[in-house]
Ligand binder design. Structure first.
Ligand code: BGP
Length: 489
C-alpha cells in the first residue's frame, strides 16, 4: 500500500472566502474585505486629508462577494457533515484574525470570535476531522495597514504574537496542526494582500496604493515575517508541546521547467525557484537567510539587516513540516517574462502538456509537476510535506437532475493523487492531500462565484443572488471512493 494508514485526506478553505459575516460579532475589516478579488490593484480605500490617513471606501458599483461569501459562518455544521460524508479525516480552514483582534492592536481578544472558532474546531473533532488551521490566510486586519503601514512595521510582530498566544492558549488540546501565513511568498507580487503592506509615508501622491508599495517596505515586511514565523513556532511549542507548526507557500512555481536545454534557461528556471519559493522556504525550514538574496537586495536598492538575535531565533525555531499549494506548472524561456497569479507562475506554454482547464482561466494541467514538486521540496528540506491546496476551478451550472457531471475535475484529482502516490514511492514523506475548495467558495483571485472548485455546489452567483443551497456534484462520490481506497486507485 503506497499511502500510509494515517494519511490525511480532506479539503481546504479560507475564512475570508467561505464565512461571510464580515462585520458580525465584533469583526472589523481584513485586507481582503476591501478587494473584490486579490489580483485587483484597486483596494476600496481612500486618503482622507482631514485625518491624514487612509480609510475604507468601498466602490458601490462593485459586488464584494466575500462579505457574505457562502455564509459558512452560519452554515458550517451542515457543510462539515457533507465533508465527513466523503470520509474526510482532516479539514483546513483559517481563523479570520479580525474576529479575534478586530483592529489588530487591542490588548484583549474578542471573546465572541474565540468562542465561534472553539465551537467550529470542536465540531470538526466531533466528526473525526483533524483541524488544520491557517493563522492568517490573507487576513491581516485593515487597521494595521492604515494605521501602521502593515507588515513593514516591526510593531506587527508584537500584535501577531498577542494574536497567536490567544489562539494557542484557547485551542490547546483541540488544534494540533497550524500553518502560519498562507502563501506568504506571494508577498512581492501581491504586497497589499499577501504581504499586508501599505506605504503610508507619502500617500497623497499615490493613485494606486497597492502597486506603489515601495520595495523597501516589501523587504521590511519579508524581514518581519521571518521573525514572526520563528516566534510563532517557539510560542506554539511552549504553550502546547503537542502542537505542530508548518509554513505554507505557493509552490506551483517549483515546477518551472527550463523551456529547453539552453543553459541560460536552466539557470533562469533555477532563479525563478529561488526568488519565488526558496527565499522563504530556506529560512523557515533550514533556519538560514540565503546568501543569494544579497544580489536581489542590491538590484532592488534596499537594505535588509537582521540582528544576531533575530538570526539565532530563525535558526532555532524552524517549522515542523512544510505545507504548500500546487495548481499547475510553467516553462521558463529567457525571451519571455514570467508573471504570476493565484495559481502560480505563468511563463511560456509547455507544448508537452495535453490538458488545460477551459477558458477564461485555462490553467494547464500537469499532475507530474506535483510529483516533481514533492520530490524537489523533500530533497531540499527533508521535512514532512502536506499538500494543502490542489484543485481545479470550473464554470458550472446545475443540470436538470440537480447535479453537475464534473468529469474534468474527477480526472484532475485522479491524476494528481496518482502522482502523490508515485512521489511517496520515490521516498517522499508526504502526510496528506487537502483538496482546495471542496465546497464552492468565492474565488480568491477574481472574487467570483463563477469559478467553482467544489465537490459540493453552492447556489450563489457573481451578481450576489442565489439561495445558498448546497448540492453534491459527481466528483463528491468519486473523491469518497478514493478516500475509502486510501488513494489506491
Ligand atoms: C490560492 C489561495 C486560495 C485559493 C486558490 C485558488 O492562491 O491560497 O485562497 O483561492 O489559490 O485561486 P483562485 O480562487 O483565484 O482560483
Amino acid at each position: 500500500m503506497t499511502f500510509p494508514d494515517n494519511f490525511l485526506w480532506g479539503g481546504a478553505i479560507a475564512a475570508n472566502q467561505y464565512e461571510g459575516a464580515w462585520l458580525e460579532d465584533g469583526k472589523q475589516p481584513n485586507v481582503t474585505d476591501v478587494l473584490v478579488g486579490i489580483m485587483s490593484r484597486e483596494p476600496g480605500i481612500k486618503w482622507n486629508n482631514a485625518t491624514g490617513k487612509y480609510e475604507m471606501c468601498l466602490d458601490e458599483s462593485k459586488v464584494y462577494l466575500s462579505h457574505e461569501a457562502v455564509d459558512g459562518y452560519h452554515r458550517y455544521k451542515e457543510d462539515f457533515k457533507l465533508m465527513k460524508g466523503m470520509g474526510f479525516n482532516s479539514f483546513r480552514t483559517s481563523i479570520a484574525w479580525g474576529r479575534i483582534f478586530p483592529y489588530g492592536d487591542e490588548d484583549v481578544p474578542n471573546e465572541k470570535g474565540l468562542a465561534f472558532y472553539e465551537e467550529m474546531f470542536s465540531y470538526m473533532k466531533e466528526l473525526g476531522m483533524e483541524p488544520v488551521i491557517t493563522l492568517s490566510h490573507y487576513e491581516t486586519p485593515l487597521h494595521l495597514l492604515t494605521e501602521y503601514g502593515g507588515w513593514s512595521n516591526p510593531k506587527l510582530i508584537t500584535f501577531w504574537e498577542n494574536y497567536v498566544k490567544a489562539v494557542f492558549n484557547r485551542f490547546k488540546g483541540i488544534v494540533k496542526i497550524y500553518l502560519t501565513f498562507n502563501e506568504v511568498n506571494a508577498l512581492f507580487r501581491m504586497p497589499f494582500v499577501a504581504g499586508g503592506v501599505l506605504t503610508i509615508d507619502n500617500p497623497k501622491d499615490v493613485s494606486d496604493p497597492v502597486g506603489s508599495t515601495t520595495l523597501q517596505d516589501q523587504w521590511d515586511a519579508y524581514h518581519n515575517f521571518l521573525v514572526a514565523n520563528a516566534k510563532t513556532v517557539q510560542l506554539a511549542h511552549e504553550i502546547d508541546p503537542e502542537c505542530k507548526v508548518g509554513c505554507m507557500l505557493t509552490c506551483s512555481g517549483v515546477a518551472t521547467y527550463p523551456y529547453d536545454c539552453n543553459p541560460v534557461n536552466v539557470l533562469g528556471a533555477m532563479e525563478v525557484q529561488r526568488q519565488n519559493i526558496f527565499y522563504f522556504g530556506d529560512p523557515f525550514c533550514l533556519g538560514i537567510v540565503p546568501t543569494y538574496l544579497k544580489k536581489r537586495w542590491k538590484k532592488d536598492g534596499v537594505t535588509v539587516t537582521f540582528t544576531d538575535e533575530e538570526l539565532a531565533l530563525i535558526k532555532e525555531h524552524t517549522v515542523d513540516f512544510f505545507s504548500f499549494s500546487y495548481y499547475r506548472s510553467t516553462a521558463y524561456d529567457e525571451t519571455d517574462e514570467v508573471f504570476a497569479d493565484t495559481g502560480g507562475m505563468i511563463g511560456k506554454d509547455n507544448p508537452f502538456l495535453k490538458d488545460a482547464a477551459p477558458k477564461p482561466w485555462g490553467w494547464p494541467v500537469d499532475p507530474d509537476g506535483l510529483r516533481y514538486t514533492l520530490n524537489v521540496l523533500y530533497d531540499r528540506y527533508h521535512l514532512p510535506l502536506l499538500i494543502v491546496e490542489n484543485g481545479i476551478g470550473l464554470d458550472e451550472n446545475l443540470n436538470e437532475a440537480g447535479t453537475i457531471e464534473d468529469d474534468f475535475r474527477i480526472h484532475y484529482i485522479e491524476e494528481h493523487i496518482k502522482n502523490v502516490g508515485l512521489a511517496i514511492e520515490d521516498g517522499v514523506d508526504c502526510r496528506g492531500y487537502l483538496y482546495w475548495g471542496p465546497i464552492d467558495v468565492v474565488s480568491a483571485g477574481t472574487g467570483e462565484m463563477k469559478k467553482r472548485y467544489g465537490f459540493v455546489y453552492v447556489d450563489r452567483f457573481n451578481d450576489g443572488h442565489g439561495t445558498l443551497e448546497r448540492a453534491k456534484k459527481k466528483s463528491y462520490d468519486r473523491y469518497k471512493e478514493i478516500i475509502e481506497a486510501n488513494g489506491n486507485i
